[in-house]
Design a protein around this ligand. Structure first.
Ligand SMILES: C[S@@+](CC[C@H](N)C(=O)[O-])C[C@H]1O[C@@H](n2cnc3c(N)ncnc32)[C@H](O)[C@@H]1O
Length: 222
């Protein structure tokens, strides 16, 4: 079957992964927003061993679940003891499994074939943020928090538009914060100049709707 989604070319030997500094920044934000975090889901997870390890040791999460479209990636994660499902982020039955998670990170591919070079704009990302949020908020009636990991060039106009869409799905939902994540390392731990990596939109049905803006510096990873 030909993939119509962007998936990594595994012949190149590297799994797509988030840099360690961004993961640590997410932990700081989770600690600030929640008195405790019990369960996290990672959708379009790639190699998520680091997230699982960091969330378990720093937040004490009891449940960490993941999902990826590529069987090889799901199997790789499973071999590391991660509860990882192989499936499509837009499949309703599959996504129902994640509806008990307190926080869902939604990190779809942000570059063509996940090569980290040919970057996609906000409106080019598939599965789109609006389709994922419609499924979770409107169709599955998920209650909790969804962090949309968006391209670094995402504009305020696009954020405002997505916010309007989410509000139309459920008036209970709002945008708690916008996180500009900078980092000085790549996902493969190669040092770089400080650069903006992601714009994260922290939507929630249980937190304030106050559009707080946070800019994280790339901190030395320990
Ligand atoms: C860039 S990678 C991993 C990003 C990851 N969220 C992170 O922050 O490290 C994106 C992953 O999304 C997966 N993917 C692409 N389309 C998908 C879909 N429709 N459903 C589930 N996973 C998908 C790809 O196989 C790839 O492993």
């Amino acid at each position: 079957m030909k993939n119509f989604y962007h998936v990594p070319d595994l012949r190149k030997g590297t799994f797509a992964r988030t840099n360690i500094q961004t993961i640590q920044q997410r932990i700081s934000i989770l600690q600030k927003l929640f008195s405790s975090v019990e369960s996290i889901a990672e959708i379009c997870c790639g190699d998520c061993q680091r997230q699982r390890d960091e969330y378990k040791s720093n937040l004490g999460v009891s449940s960490y679940k993941a999902l990826d479209f590529l069987p090889e990636i799901a199997q790789h994660n499973q071999s590391l003891g991660i509860d990882c499902v192989c499936g499509d982020a837009l499949d309703r039955k599959t996504m129902q499994v994640f509806s008990g998670s307190q926080v869902i990170f939604y990190g779809p591919p942000l570059s063509l074939d996940c090569d980290a070079h040919r970057l996609l704009t906000f409106s080019e990302v598939i599965p789109s943020y609006v389709d994922f949020l419609r499924l979770m908020v409107s169709e599955i009636s998920y209650q909790g928090s969804i962090v949309c990991i968006c391209p670094k060039m995402t504009t305020m106009g696009e954020i405002q538009w997505l916010y309007g869409q989410v509000k139309s799905f459920s008036s209970e939902w709002g945008l708690r914060l916008i996180h500009y994540s900078q980092s000085t390392v790549t996902g493969q731990d190669v040092l770089t100049e400080a650069r903006l990596k992601y714009v994260e939109l922290w939507f929630s049905s249980c937190l304030e709707d106050n559009w707080e803006v946070i800019e994280s510096e790339g901190l030395p990873s320990s």
